[in-house]
Design a binder for this molecule. Sequence first.
Ligand code: TXA
Ligand code: MG
Length: 345
Amino acid sequence: MLRLDPRQPDPDALREAGDVIRRGGLVAFPTETVYGLGASALDPAAVERVFRAKGRPADNPLIVHVASPAEAEALWAEVTPAARELMQRFWPGPLTLALPRRPHVPDVVTAGLPTVGVRMPDHPVALGLIRAAGVPIAAPSANLSGRPSPTRAEHVIEDLGGRIDLVLDAGETGVGVESTFLDLSVDPPVLYRPGGVTPGAICAVIGPIQIDPSVHGAEAGEAPRSPGQKYAHYAPRAQVIVVDGPLRDVQRKINDLAYEFMQEGRTVGVLATAESRGTYQVPVVLEVGSRKNLEMVASSLFATLRAFDRHGVDVVLAEGFPEEGLGLAIMNRLRRAAAGRVIEL
Ligand code: TXA
Ligand code: MG
Protein backbone atom coordinates (compact mmCIF):
# COMPACT_ATOMS: atom_id res chain seq x y z
CA MET A 1 0.00 0.00 0.00
CA LEU A 2 1.31 3.45 -0.93
CA ARG A 3 -0.22 6.58 0.64
CA LEU A 4 -0.52 9.48 -1.77
CA ASP A 5 -1.64 13.09 -1.59
CA PRO A 6 -4.85 13.10 -3.66
CA ARG A 7 -4.09 16.52 -5.13
CA GLN A 8 -0.34 16.28 -5.64
CA PRO A 9 0.66 12.63 -5.79
CA ASP A 10 4.35 11.87 -5.45
CA PRO A 11 5.79 11.27 -8.97
CA ASP A 12 8.15 8.53 -7.71
CA ALA A 13 5.24 6.57 -6.26
CA LEU A 14 3.30 6.97 -9.50
CA ARG A 15 6.32 5.79 -11.49
CA GLU A 16 6.62 2.71 -9.30
CA ALA A 17 2.92 1.96 -9.75
CA GLY A 18 3.13 2.57 -13.50
CA ASP A 19 5.97 0.01 -13.67
CA VAL A 20 3.79 -2.57 -11.93
CA ILE A 21 1.05 -2.03 -14.55
CA ARG A 22 3.51 -2.19 -17.45
CA ARG A 23 4.96 -5.46 -16.14
CA GLY A 24 1.46 -7.03 -16.11
CA GLY A 25 0.64 -6.48 -12.43
CA LEU A 26 -2.54 -5.29 -10.69
CA VAL A 27 -2.79 -1.86 -9.04
CA ALA A 28 -5.84 -0.59 -7.15
CA PHE A 29 -6.19 3.18 -7.50
CA PRO A 30 -8.65 5.93 -6.58
CA THR A 31 -10.83 7.69 -9.15
CA GLU A 32 -13.42 10.41 -8.52
CA THR A 33 -16.14 7.71 -8.41
CA VAL A 34 -14.82 4.58 -6.65
CA TYR A 35 -11.49 2.70 -6.40
CA GLY A 36 -10.62 0.73 -9.53
CA LEU A 37 -8.53 -2.42 -9.94
CA GLY A 38 -6.22 -1.63 -12.84
CA ALA A 39 -4.23 -3.68 -15.34
CA SER A 40 -2.74 -2.84 -18.72
CA ALA A 41 -5.69 -2.90 -21.12
CA LEU A 42 -3.40 -4.14 -23.89
CA ASP A 43 -2.10 -7.16 -21.93
CA PRO A 44 -4.68 -9.99 -22.02
CA ALA A 45 -2.88 -12.06 -19.35
CA ALA A 46 -2.90 -9.10 -16.94
CA VAL A 47 -6.59 -8.45 -17.63
CA GLU A 48 -7.37 -12.11 -16.94
CA ARG A 49 -5.69 -11.69 -13.55
CA VAL A 50 -8.17 -8.87 -12.79
CA PHE A 51 -11.09 -11.22 -13.44
CA ARG A 52 -9.53 -13.89 -11.22
CA ALA A 53 -8.72 -11.51 -8.34
CA LYS A 54 -12.32 -10.24 -8.25
CA GLY A 55 -14.02 -13.55 -8.96
CA ARG A 56 -15.69 -11.74 -11.85
CA PRO A 57 -17.66 -13.67 -14.48
CA ALA A 58 -15.73 -13.68 -17.78
CA ASP A 59 -18.74 -12.34 -19.72
CA ASN A 60 -18.73 -9.01 -17.83
CA PRO A 61 -16.61 -6.45 -19.78
CA LEU A 62 -14.24 -3.89 -18.25
CA ILE A 63 -14.05 -0.13 -18.69
CA VAL A 64 -10.79 1.23 -20.13
CA HIS A 65 -9.34 4.34 -18.47
CA VAL A 66 -7.41 6.93 -20.47
CA ALA A 67 -5.75 10.27 -19.73
CA SER A 68 -7.07 12.20 -22.78
CA PRO A 69 -9.81 12.11 -25.44
CA ALA A 70 -7.12 11.36 -28.06
CA GLU A 71 -6.23 8.12 -26.22
CA ALA A 72 -9.90 7.16 -26.28
CA GLU A 73 -10.12 7.78 -30.00
CA ALA A 74 -7.16 5.42 -30.46
CA LEU A 75 -9.28 2.59 -28.97
CA TRP A 76 -12.46 3.23 -30.98
CA ALA A 77 -12.91 2.25 -34.62
CA GLU A 78 -15.17 5.23 -35.29
CA VAL A 79 -15.82 8.39 -33.30
CA THR A 80 -19.17 10.14 -33.63
CA PRO A 81 -19.80 13.89 -33.22
CA ALA A 82 -21.88 13.08 -30.11
CA ALA A 83 -18.88 11.32 -28.58
CA ARG A 84 -16.67 14.34 -29.24
CA GLU A 85 -19.20 16.72 -27.71
CA LEU A 86 -19.66 14.56 -24.61
CA MET A 87 -15.89 14.14 -24.08
CA GLN A 88 -15.46 17.87 -24.47
CA ARG A 89 -18.20 18.66 -21.97
CA PHE A 90 -17.78 15.93 -19.32
CA TRP A 91 -14.17 14.66 -19.40
CA PRO A 92 -12.39 14.26 -17.16
CA GLY A 93 -15.41 13.00 -15.23
CA PRO A 94 -17.80 10.20 -14.34
CA LEU A 95 -19.08 9.37 -17.83
CA THR A 96 -18.10 6.19 -19.70
CA LEU A 97 -18.74 6.10 -23.44
CA ALA A 98 -18.99 2.92 -25.52
CA LEU A 99 -18.28 2.79 -29.26
CA PRO A 100 -17.10 0.01 -31.61
CA ARG A 101 -13.58 -1.06 -30.67
CA ARG A 102 -10.48 -1.33 -32.78
CA PRO A 103 -9.06 -4.83 -33.32
CA HIS A 104 -6.09 -4.31 -30.98
CA VAL A 105 -8.40 -4.01 -27.95
CA PRO A 106 -8.22 -7.53 -26.48
CA ASP A 107 -11.36 -9.73 -26.41
CA VAL A 108 -10.93 -10.38 -22.71
CA VAL A 109 -11.42 -6.65 -21.96
CA THR A 110 -14.75 -6.36 -23.79
CA ALA A 111 -15.88 -9.92 -23.01
CA GLY A 112 -16.14 -10.38 -26.76
CA LEU A 113 -18.54 -7.43 -27.27
CA PRO A 114 -18.03 -5.31 -30.40
CA THR A 115 -17.84 -2.08 -28.33
CA VAL A 116 -15.40 -0.84 -25.70
CA GLY A 117 -16.38 1.47 -22.84
CA VAL A 118 -13.81 4.21 -22.17
CA ARG A 119 -13.56 7.01 -19.67
CA MET A 120 -11.11 9.68 -18.49
CA PRO A 121 -11.28 9.83 -14.69
CA ASP A 122 -11.18 13.16 -12.85
CA HIS A 123 -8.56 12.29 -10.24
CA PRO A 124 -4.88 13.31 -10.18
CA VAL A 125 -3.80 9.85 -8.93
CA ALA A 126 -5.74 8.00 -11.64
CA LEU A 127 -4.51 10.31 -14.39
CA GLY A 128 -0.94 10.22 -13.03
CA LEU A 129 -1.01 6.42 -12.96
CA ILE A 130 -2.29 6.14 -16.54
CA ARG A 131 0.38 8.55 -17.75
CA ALA A 132 3.14 6.80 -15.79
CA ALA A 133 2.06 3.40 -17.12
CA GLY A 134 2.04 4.71 -20.68
CA VAL A 135 -0.83 2.36 -21.58
CA PRO A 136 -4.61 2.57 -21.20
CA ILE A 137 -5.75 0.89 -17.97
CA ALA A 138 -8.64 -1.58 -17.84
CA ALA A 139 -10.27 -1.31 -14.43
CA PRO A 140 -13.46 -2.57 -12.85
CA SER A 141 -14.36 -1.41 -9.35
CA ALA A 142 -11.82 -2.85 -6.88
CA ASN A 143 -14.25 -5.02 -4.89
CA LEU A 144 -14.90 -8.74 -4.84
CA SER A 145 -17.57 -9.42 -7.44
CA GLY A 146 -21.01 -8.77 -5.94
CA ARG A 147 -19.83 -6.61 -3.01
CA PRO A 148 -20.40 -2.84 -2.68
CA SER A 149 -17.82 -0.84 -4.67
CA PRO A 150 -14.91 0.53 -2.61
CA THR A 151 -14.80 4.23 -1.78
CA ARG A 152 -11.77 3.90 0.54
CA ALA A 153 -8.50 1.99 0.31
CA GLU A 154 -9.53 -0.02 3.40
CA HIS A 155 -12.50 -1.42 1.45
CA VAL A 156 -10.09 -2.61 -1.24
CA ILE A 157 -7.91 -4.35 1.35
CA GLU A 158 -11.02 -5.84 3.00
CA ASP A 159 -12.00 -7.52 -0.29
CA LEU A 160 -8.76 -8.01 -2.24
CA GLY A 161 -5.94 -7.90 0.34
CA GLY A 162 -3.29 -10.47 -0.64
CA ARG A 163 -4.71 -10.94 -4.14
CA ILE A 164 -3.26 -7.85 -5.86
CA ASP A 165 0.18 -6.22 -6.17
CA LEU A 166 -0.37 -2.66 -4.97
CA VAL A 167 -3.00 -0.31 -3.55
CA LEU A 168 -2.65 3.45 -4.01
CA ASP A 169 -4.36 5.03 -1.01
CA ALA A 170 -5.42 8.64 -1.53
CA GLY A 171 -8.31 8.68 0.93
CA GLU A 172 -12.00 8.76 0.14
CA THR A 173 -13.31 9.04 -3.40
CA GLY A 174 -15.73 11.88 -4.21
CA VAL A 175 -18.79 10.92 -6.23
CA GLY A 176 -19.15 7.56 -4.50
CA VAL A 177 -21.18 5.75 -7.17
CA GLU A 178 -19.67 4.44 -10.40
CA SER A 179 -19.65 6.36 -13.68
CA THR A 180 -22.64 6.81 -15.92
CA PHE A 181 -22.40 4.24 -18.75
CA LEU A 182 -23.65 5.40 -22.16
CA ASP A 183 -23.60 3.26 -25.32
CA LEU A 184 -23.12 5.53 -28.34
CA SER A 185 -23.00 2.68 -30.87
CA VAL A 186 -26.79 2.72 -31.18
CA ASP A 187 -29.28 5.43 -32.12
CA PRO A 188 -30.60 6.85 -29.87
CA PRO A 189 -27.77 6.20 -27.38
CA VAL A 190 -28.65 3.93 -24.45
CA LEU A 191 -27.84 4.63 -20.81
CA TYR A 192 -27.13 1.30 -19.08
CA ARG A 193 -25.98 2.59 -15.72
CA PRO A 194 -26.83 5.93 -14.09
CA GLY A 195 -24.01 7.74 -12.28
CA GLY A 196 -22.55 11.14 -11.53
CA VAL A 197 -23.47 12.59 -14.94
CA THR A 198 -27.29 12.69 -15.04
CA PRO A 199 -29.48 11.86 -18.07
CA GLY A 200 -30.66 15.47 -18.13
CA ALA A 201 -27.10 16.76 -18.41
CA ILE A 202 -26.38 14.35 -21.29
CA CYS A 203 -29.60 15.23 -23.15
CA ALA A 204 -28.75 18.91 -22.86
CA VAL A 205 -25.64 18.20 -24.98
CA ILE A 206 -26.68 15.51 -27.49
CA GLY A 207 -30.48 15.40 -27.41
CA PRO A 208 -32.70 12.42 -26.55
CA ILE A 209 -31.24 9.21 -25.13
CA GLN A 210 -32.88 5.97 -24.09
CA ILE A 211 -32.74 4.67 -20.52
CA ASP A 212 -32.32 0.89 -20.41
CA PRO A 213 -35.28 -0.60 -18.50
CA SER A 214 -32.87 -2.43 -16.14
CA VAL A 215 -31.91 0.97 -14.69
CA HIS A 216 -35.34 1.18 -13.05
CA GLY A 217 -35.11 -2.37 -11.81
CA ALA A 218 -36.66 -4.34 -14.68
CA GLU A 219 -35.34 -7.92 -14.73
CA ALA A 220 -32.31 -7.99 -16.98
CA GLY A 221 -32.79 -10.92 -19.36
CA GLU A 222 -30.34 -13.75 -19.99
CA ALA A 223 -28.37 -11.77 -22.57
CA PRO A 224 -28.62 -8.08 -21.64
CA ARG A 225 -26.60 -5.73 -23.78
CA SER A 226 -24.63 -4.57 -20.73
CA PRO A 227 -23.76 -7.84 -18.97
CA GLY A 228 -23.06 -6.29 -15.55
CA GLN A 229 -26.76 -5.50 -15.16
CA LYS A 230 -27.68 -9.15 -14.74
CA TYR A 231 -25.45 -9.79 -11.73
CA ALA A 232 -26.40 -9.23 -8.09
CA HIS A 233 -24.27 -6.37 -6.87
CA TYR A 234 -23.52 -3.93 -4.11
CA ALA A 235 -24.79 -6.34 -1.50
CA PRO A 236 -23.69 -6.41 2.09
CA ARG A 237 -23.95 -9.83 3.74
CA ALA A 238 -27.33 -8.86 5.19
CA GLN A 239 -30.55 -9.12 3.20
CA VAL A 240 -31.52 -5.64 1.97
CA ILE A 241 -35.13 -4.49 1.54
CA VAL A 242 -35.87 -1.06 0.08
CA VAL A 243 -39.06 0.75 1.11
CA ASP A 244 -40.04 3.54 -1.26
CA GLY A 245 -42.85 6.11 -1.17
CA PRO A 246 -43.90 9.18 0.86
CA LEU A 247 -41.40 9.53 3.73
CA ARG A 248 -43.99 9.31 6.56
CA ASP A 249 -45.37 6.05 5.14
CA VAL A 250 -41.86 4.71 4.59
CA GLN A 251 -40.95 5.37 8.22
CA ARG A 252 -44.08 3.61 9.49
CA LYS A 253 -43.56 0.62 7.20
CA ILE A 254 -39.90 0.27 8.17
CA ASN A 255 -40.78 0.31 11.87
CA ASP A 256 -43.52 -2.32 11.27
CA LEU A 257 -41.17 -4.56 9.30
CA ALA A 258 -38.38 -4.08 11.84
CA TYR A 259 -40.73 -5.16 14.64
CA GLU A 260 -41.68 -8.31 12.72
CA PHE A 261 -38.08 -9.24 11.95
CA MET A 262 -36.98 -8.60 15.53
CA GLN A 263 -39.81 -10.85 16.74
CA GLU A 264 -38.23 -13.56 14.61
CA GLY A 265 -34.95 -12.96 16.43
CA ARG A 266 -33.22 -11.22 13.56
CA THR A 267 -30.88 -8.25 13.98
CA VAL A 268 -32.23 -5.29 12.02
CA GLY A 269 -30.47 -2.23 10.64
CA VAL A 270 -32.01 0.81 8.99
CA LEU A 271 -30.38 2.87 6.24
CA ALA A 272 -31.81 6.29 7.08
CA THR A 273 -31.45 9.94 6.17
CA ALA A 274 -30.84 12.98 8.37
CA GLU A 275 -34.54 13.83 8.08
CA SER A 276 -35.73 10.54 9.54
CA ARG A 277 -33.06 8.86 11.61
CA GLY A 278 -34.64 9.77 14.94
CA THR A 279 -37.90 7.98 14.15
CA TYR A 280 -36.65 4.38 14.08
CA GLN A 281 -36.91 2.02 17.04
CA VAL A 282 -34.10 -0.20 15.81
CA PRO A 283 -30.67 -0.99 17.30
CA VAL A 284 -28.58 -0.05 14.26
CA VAL A 285 -29.55 3.11 12.37
CA LEU A 286 -26.95 4.39 9.90
CA GLU A 287 -27.40 7.72 8.17
CA VAL A 288 -26.34 8.35 4.56
CA GLY A 289 -26.82 12.12 4.69
CA SER A 290 -29.62 14.55 4.02
CA ARG A 291 -32.30 14.16 1.34
CA LYS A 292 -31.49 17.76 0.39
CA ASN A 293 -27.92 16.77 -0.50
CA LEU A 294 -27.93 13.76 -2.81
CA GLU A 295 -24.20 14.23 -3.59
CA MET A 296 -23.55 13.42 0.07
CA VAL A 297 -25.89 10.41 -0.05
CA ALA A 298 -24.16 9.02 -3.15
CA SER A 299 -20.72 9.49 -1.69
CA SER A 300 -21.50 7.67 1.57
CA LEU A 301 -23.84 4.95 0.23
CA PHE A 302 -21.39 2.08 -0.36
CA ALA A 303 -19.39 2.68 2.84
CA THR A 304 -22.67 2.62 4.77
CA LEU A 305 -23.75 -0.66 3.15
CA ARG A 306 -20.39 -2.16 4.16
CA ALA A 307 -20.75 -0.77 7.70
CA PHE A 308 -23.89 -2.86 8.28
CA ASP A 309 -21.71 -5.96 7.99
CA ARG A 310 -19.50 -4.73 10.80
CA HIS A 311 -22.60 -4.30 12.98
CA GLY A 312 -23.55 -7.89 12.19
CA VAL A 313 -27.12 -7.15 11.10
CA ASP A 314 -29.20 -9.80 9.28
CA VAL A 315 -31.65 -7.43 7.58
CA VAL A 316 -31.16 -3.88 6.29
CA LEU A 317 -34.32 -1.84 5.74
CA ALA A 318 -33.42 1.05 3.43
CA GLU A 319 -35.38 4.19 2.62
CA GLY A 320 -35.92 4.76 -1.11
CA PHE A 321 -35.14 7.96 -3.03
CA PRO A 322 -36.97 9.80 -5.84
CA GLU A 323 -35.47 8.68 -9.16
CA GLU A 324 -34.52 12.14 -10.37
CA GLY A 325 -31.07 13.59 -11.00
CA LEU A 326 -28.49 11.78 -8.88
CA GLY A 327 -31.40 9.98 -7.15
CA LEU A 328 -31.61 7.73 -10.22
CA ALA A 329 -28.10 6.39 -9.57
CA ILE A 330 -28.67 6.06 -5.81
CA MET A 331 -31.94 4.16 -6.24
CA ASN A 332 -30.41 1.94 -8.96
CA ARG A 333 -27.64 0.83 -6.54
CA LEU A 334 -30.15 0.28 -3.72
CA ARG A 335 -32.44 -1.80 -5.96
CA ARG A 336 -29.52 -3.96 -6.93
CA ALA A 337 -28.21 -4.28 -3.36
CA ALA A 338 -31.73 -5.50 -2.55
CA ALA A 339 -31.75 -7.86 -5.55
CA GLY A 340 -35.11 -6.33 -6.52
CA ARG A 341 -36.78 -6.55 -3.07
CA VAL A 342 -38.39 -3.11 -3.24
CA ILE A 343 -41.66 -2.32 -1.49
CA GLU A 344 -43.43 0.55 -3.26
CA LEU A 345 -45.95 2.34 -1.01
O1 TXA B 1 -16.77 4.67 -12.14
C1 TXA B 1 -16.53 3.61 -12.72
O2 TXA B 1 -16.99 3.36 -13.84
C2 TXA B 1 -15.59 2.61 -12.03
C3 TXA B 1 -14.22 3.27 -11.89
C4 TXA B 1 -13.17 2.30 -11.39
O3 TXA B 1 -13.85 3.81 -13.13
N1 TXA B 1 -15.52 1.39 -12.78
C5 TXA B 1 -16.54 0.48 -12.78
O4 TXA B 1 -16.29 -0.66 -13.52
O5 TXA B 1 -17.58 0.64 -12.18
P1 TXA B 1 -17.15 -1.99 -13.34
O6 TXA B 1 -16.40 -3.00 -14.12
O7 TXA B 1 -17.36 -2.27 -11.90
O8 TXA B 1 -18.49 -1.70 -14.06
C6 TXA B 1 -18.53 -1.58 -15.48
C7 TXA B 1 -19.92 -1.83 -15.98
C8 TXA B 1 -20.33 -3.27 -15.90
O9 TXA B 1 -21.67 -3.33 -15.51
C9 TXA B 1 -20.15 -3.77 -17.34
O10 TXA B 1 -21.05 -4.81 -17.67
C10 TXA B 1 -20.45 -2.51 -18.14
O11 TXA B 1 -19.95 -1.45 -17.35
N2 TXA B 1 -19.74 -2.51 -19.43
C11 TXA B 1 -18.40 -2.44 -19.63
N3 TXA B 1 -18.10 -2.45 -20.95
C12 TXA B 1 -19.28 -2.53 -21.62
C13 TXA B 1 -19.66 -2.55 -22.99
N4 TXA B 1 -18.74 -2.53 -23.97
N5 TXA B 1 -20.98 -2.61 -23.30
C14 TXA B 1 -21.91 -2.63 -22.31
N6 TXA B 1 -21.62 -2.59 -20.99
C15 TXA B 1 -20.33 -2.55 -20.64
MG1 MG C 1 -18.22 -3.04 -10.28
